[in-house]
Design a protein around this ligand. Structure first.
Ligand SMILES: [Zn+2]
Length: 473
């Protein structure tokens, strides 16, 4: 815990609200200050309506500038790229450049900064990876405002809401430091009229106080962790809680399944939209009114690649690799995001020409391997229509052994366990040993995120699912 967090933890709740609001003033300036509502939002709105060729030309020009800067002004690429790769960069040939792993960024985040830029202040964010050292991503204030402007226009805007309206957020911020707290389980940021919910305290017996906070602060839309909103939605339906009118939910961070979306739409009485990006903001995709996930080509170049490095066809699953155009200070070229996704060739009835992702399958880290080598992602299916399971987690302990932790509700019995075992064996083969373990709760990561799959194989370095066979599902 940092010294600020330690100090915050000792304040009374009213002073914590005040601290959050004071901090909120600073953040409002960072995110929504000069250029946010004016030029940036306007530019994203205009470019979003461009014909595809115009957007491509814009993208190519910005890519050329970026690659030139990387080859001549960024220490990491000057050192790591071969002569041929330097030449490819100077010629603007992205496809001839190597993929960028997370490790070099983790080890030396400042080696990716342009040395000819000296922005002040510099913002440093740490990604919330579940294992290993976090990655420091380093931003200028203007980049921060651009990233919020594109959200305002193409995420909130498409969902019919705005960051100017009161909202609630589930994020990794430690807003309630006391794990034994009796509430409130949120803090209010007056500067943005924003309720910060704690994902760590959400339980059946606390759910109604979360809903009360929505009403008390006139919240009009929700954004943040998909799994937290899904769990709150289940509690709302189970307990028949009365939710104030909401305009939209924009789910981020974790993969949302159709079942999660359906439960959330019923509980909150409004549409649920998905936003897909990375903490590093190497790329950005958001859902339009027609329910399609459009990639913003002016934020980053997103490639979907086969294991041999060639681009996937539409409808073929592959690894997501991103080159960030929006962030020009700390430069990431062909960054391996760690997700698996596929393109959708069908044009969208909304008329926007921005490319469409048919499906995002989730993290490569979430791959589970069967004894015969088959690989599976999307284990959510195991828990669909399990009426007596509140949440569950898959732990791969060995090639032959899967532990399924479940938080049971009343009525959970041997038949439910048998059904879960059957579903896992259907996916991984009958020789897999499946242990169903009822638990009181499933711990969140340090950032408050829910981890659907934990692979002890990978932690031991036994299997490398990252490189092979990703096109199988
Ligand atoms: Zn669309």
């Amino acid at each position: 815990m940092g010294s600020f967090d330690a100090l915050y933890a000792h304040l009374p709740v009213w002073a914590q609200h005040g601290t959050v609001s004071a901090y909120g003033m600073y953040w409002r300036w960072l995110r929504f200050g000069r250029n946010f509502g004016g030029p940036y939002a306007k530019e994203y709105r205009e470019r979003g309506a461009w014909p595809a060729e115009q957007m491509q030309a814009w993208q190519q020009e910005h890519l050329r500038n970026l690659l030139h800067a990387a080859a001549t002004k960024v220490p990491y690429y000057q050192r790591a790229w071969s002569k041929q790769e330097q030449a490819a960069a100077m010629a603007g040939r992205l496809e001839d450049l190597p993929l960028l792993e997370k490790d070099p960024i983790r080890a030396q985040p400042k080696a990716f900064l342009r040395y000819d830029m000296k922005p002040w202040p510099r913002l440093v964010f740490h990604t919330s990876g579940s294992t290993g050292t976090p990655i420091a991503s380093i931003w200028t204030v203007e980049e921060m405002r651009k990233s919020m402007a594109v959200r305002e226009v193409r995420s909130a805007g498409w969902a019919g809401v705005s960051f100017r309206m009161p909202r609630a957020t589930f994020s990794g911020r430690l807003v309630e430091p006391n794990p034994e707290s009796n509430g409130p389980f949120y803090r209010f940021n007056l500067a943005e009229r924003q309720v910060y919910f704690s994902p760590f305290h959400l339980r059946p017996d606390t759910a109604s106080s979360y809903v009360d906070a929505l009403r008390r602060h006139g919240v009009q839309w929700l954004t943040g962790y998909a799994v937290s909103y899904y769990l709150l939605a289940k509690f709302i339906l189970d307990q028949g809680l009365n939710v104030p009118p909401l305009k939209a939910v924009i789910a981020v961070s974790e993969k949302m399944t159709p079942e999660m979306r359906e439960v959330m739409e019923r509980a909150y009485g409004c549409r649920v939209y998905e936003e897909y990006g990375s903490v590093e903001n190497a790329f950005f995709a958001s859902e339009c009114e027609q329910g399609r996930l459009h990639v913003s080509p002016d934020i980053g170049i997103l490639e979907i690649l086969r294991p041999d490095g060639t681009p996937c066809e539409a409808g073929e699953a592959g690894e997501v690799v991103a080159t960030c155009l929006m962030r020009e200070y700390q430069i990431f070229i062909r960054y391996r995001v760690g997700d698996v996704a596929m393109w959708d060739p069908a044009p969208c009835p909304c008329g926007r020409t921005m490319p469409i992702l048919k499906e995002v399958f989730g993290r490569i880290e979430d791959v589970v391997i069967g004894p015969d080598g088959r690989q599976m992602v999307r284990f959510h299916g195991i828990f669909v229509n399990q009426p007596h399971v509140r949440e569950g987690q898959i732990i791969q302990e060995d090639l032959n052994r899967i532990r399924v932790k479940v938080v049971p509700t009343n009525g959970f019995g041997p038949a439910d366990s048998q059904d879960i075992i059957r579903r896992v064996q259907q996916r991984l083969g009958p020789s897999v040993e499946v242990i169903v373990e009822p638990v009181d709760q499933i711990p969140r990561t340090a950032a408050g995120k829910f981890q659907a799959v934990v692979s002890l194989l990978r932690e031991r370095g036994v299997a490398a699912a990252e490189r092979t066979g990703l096109a199988q599902y």
